[in-house]
Design a protein around this ligand. Structure first.
Ligand code: BMA
Length: 342
């Protein structure tokens, strides 16, 4: 690893499951907005693992550390996206002009998750009325949601169709050259891009209206051992004077027989005017599972999965899921991060 630059909060994991039935067993991979000195968090949470129905709960905080629940129900449920049997996952949020936009991953049918303690949980398709268990009819789609008050959300559009698995779709916080932009990670290689995407890679698409998106174009491929299984975007790109700072995750296979993997985080710098141009990249990961709660959890071991990075003064406050079980906070100086992107 590069010299450790992120410092974990001593109260980690700062958000834990419990309280309501719908977040009884897990809360993780949150979107976080920092505005007017207040933090708003959207947690991916679940009340059980079989099936692993996930919805999005809302929390607030004055200090970014102590969060309390807003309301007694999730603010986004799978039903909002079309199926009460489904699962909504991994929110990321940005504000553009006077509205808030969230991207989420969604499956119409939640699956049964059976943790093994060794790696990626075993899973089976769950039984639901009208579903024949065919996984190809249950691919992950990514959606854009919009809100003007942060509490009530409408489903604006889909980024991908039902034929490919596409997740880690993350909006840029402003238009780039007059168009909205997302990074995304289509799991299957996409049409004409096949030859350019040798492995699951970070790709980019643009939209005039957020209703339809251009064909994804690969911009960052796995290059290092710690990324050998796949990479994907982590947090919304942050405008810095040097370029767009994009944190991303890399997955390394440790023991394929047991599906033992480790999720770590690195960073890339994209040209401000042409984000297809990668102008910096950490030569090693910047953050990896170290503490007990990052190595052992209810669902999957060895996972730090950042989904939000707030700029607070000269610092980045990184919010991340641990082991698909709880939420941690780690902080680093922006200058120290930029120093790793040579
Ligand atoms: C990824 C996503 C994340 C999850 C991670 C670790 O593929 O599904 O939501 O946190 O795996 O299980």
């Amino acid at each position: 690893m590069n010299k450790p630059i992120f410092k974990r909060h001593p109260l980690n994991p700062i958000v834990r499951p419990g309280g309501f039935a719908w977040r009884k067993v897990a809360t993780f991979n949150p979107a976080v907005l920092y505005e007017d000195g207040k933090f708003t968090m959207y947690e991916r949470c679940a009340g059980g693992l079989q099936p692993f129905h996930c919805s999005i709960g809302m929390l607030e905080s004055d200090d970014g550390v102590h969060f309390s629940q807003v309301g007694s129900e999730p603010v986004i449920t799978p039903a909002l996206l079309g199926s009460e049997y489904g699962s909504v996952q991994d929110p990321r949020i940005v504000r553009i002009d006077d509205a808030y936009y969230m991207t989420v991953a969604y499956r119409p049918y939640a699956w049964n998750s059976y943790p093994t303690g060794l790696g990626v949980p075993r899973s089976t398709q769950a039984e639901f009325p009208g579903f024949d268990g065919d996984g190809s009819k249950n691919q992950t789609r990514s959606a854009v949601l919009k809100s003007t008050d942060r509490v009530n959300w409408e489903h604006l559009s889909w980024v991908n169709d039902t034929t490919i698995d596409d997740r880690n779709v993350i909006l840029f916080p402003e238009k780039v050259n007059g168009r909205h932009a997302v990074v995304r990670r289509p799991q299957a290689f996409v049409g004409l891009n096949t030859e350019h995407a040798p492995a699951p890679s970070i790709q980019i698409s643009y939209s005039e209206d957020m209703l339809s998106w251009t064909v994804p174009k690969p911009i960052i491929h796995p290059e290092y051992d710690w990324e050998d299984n796949r990479i994907g975007g982590s947090t919304p790109p942050i405008r810095t004077k040097h370029g767009w700072l994009l944190f991303y995750h890399g997955v390394q296979d440790l023991d394929p027989a047991n599906r033992t993997v480790v999720y770590r985080m690195g960073a890339a710098l994209l040209d401000l005017d042409n984000p297809e141009k990668v102008i910096g990249r950490s030569t090693d990961f910047l953050f990896e599972p170290e503490e007990y709660y990052e190595k052992t959890g209810l669902v999957i071991p060895n996972v730090v999965f950042p989904t939000a990075a707030c700029v607070v003064g000269g610092e980045i406050w990184l919010y991340y899921g641990v082991c698909d079980t709880a939420i941690g906070l780690a902080r680093a100086k922006l200058d120290d991060i930029m120093g790793c992107l040579g």
